[in-house]
Design a protein. Structure first.
Length: 236
C-alpha cells in the first residue's frame, strides 16, 4: 500500500507547496510511482500549476524536454481533493496499491470536510510541517502538529527557508525546545532558502517549481542537499 505523506502549515509563506512540488518531482526522478494530491481548495494552486505547465509545454515542448530527467520521461498524476467523490477515489487508489507514494498538499486552514475526514480516518502515514524562523509560524505549527499527532503516526517539523548567513545555534536551540518541551520531532536536515524555487516554468530556460520534472544538479546548488532531505523524509 502506498505511503501517504502530507504537507501542512497554518501560516502562509513557509514554502509548503514549493516543497511538496519538489518532493513529488524528486520521487518521480527516483522512479517511484507517485500520486500528487492538491487538497488546497478552492485555490488548487498545485493543480493549476500543472495545467499552466502543460500549456507552456504545448507552446514549446523543446524547452521542457531539455530538463526532463534522463531515462525517466514519465509525468506523475496530480488530482484534486475537494468533493466526496474525489475523496473516495483517493481511498480507492491507495487500496489498489498502484502507487509507491501519495503526496498531499493540505490547505493552511482545515475547513474542508473531506480533507479533515482523511486525517481522522488515519489515512496519512507522515505529516511534514515546513517551518520558518518566525515566532507566529513556529507557535502555529507546534499547535497544529500537536493536534495532528492524535491521528497521524509520525509528525515532523521541517526547517525551511534557512538563510545561509543564519547561525546554526539558533536552530539548535529552537529544535531542542520543540522536542523536549512539546514532545515533537524535527527533521535533522534543514531546507535552505527556497525563494527562488517559486519561479515557475516560463519563457526562459531556468525553472525550479515544476510538476513536470526535477531541476538539474546544475540548477540546484549542492549546498541545498535536497537528496539528503528527501531521503530522510521517505525513511520515516
Amino acid at each position: 500500500m502506498a505511503k501517504t505523506i502530507a504537507f501542512f502549515t497554518v501560516k502562509g509563506g513557509t514554502g509548503k507547496t514549493s516543497i511538496a512540488v519538489l518532493f513529488s518531482s524528486w520521487l518521480n526522478k527516483e522512479k517511484k510511482k507517485v500520486l500528487c494530491v492538491d487538497a488546497d481548495a478552492p485555490a488548487y494552486n498545485l493543480f493549476n500549476l500543472r495545467q499552466r505547465e502543460i500549456s507552456e509545454y504545448e507552446k514549446s515542448p523543446e524547452m521542457i524536454d531539455r530538463h526532463l530527467p534522463s531515462g525517466n520521461n514519465s509525468i506523475y498524476p496530480i488530482i484534486k481533493l475537494g468533493t466526496e467523490e474525489e475523496k473516495q477515489n483517493l481511498i480507492r487508489l491507495k487500496k489498489e496499491d498502484i502507487f509507491d507514494f501519495i503526496v498531499i498538499d493540505y490547505p493552511g486552514s482545515l475547513t474542508d470536510s473531506n480533507a479533515i475526514s482523511l486525517i481522522k480516518a488515519k489515512f496519512i502515514d507522515l505529516a511534514i510541517l515546513p517551518t520558518i524562523m518566525d515566532t507566529s509560524v513556529i507557535v502555529s505549527n507546534i499547535k497544529a502538529a500537536t493536534q495532528l499527532m492524535h491521528y497521524i503516526p509520525s509528525v515532523r517539523l521541517l526547517w525551511n527557508n534557512v538563510l545561509f548567513h543564519e547561525k546554526e545555534e539558533i536552530y539548535k536551540e529552537h529544535t531542542q525546545t520543540i522536542e523536549q518541551k512539546y514532545g515533537l520531532q524535527v527533521c535533522k536536515n534543514k531546507v535552505k532558502s527556497t525563494s527562488y524555487m517559486r519561479r515557475e516554468y516560463g519563457s526562459d530556460t531556468i525553472f525550479i517549481k515544476s510538476t513536470l520534472c526535477y531541476p538539474e544538479k546544475t540548477i540546484l546548488d549542492k549546498k541545498l542537499n535536497y537528496d539528503t532531505i528527501f531521503k530522510e523524509i521517505i525513511s520515516e
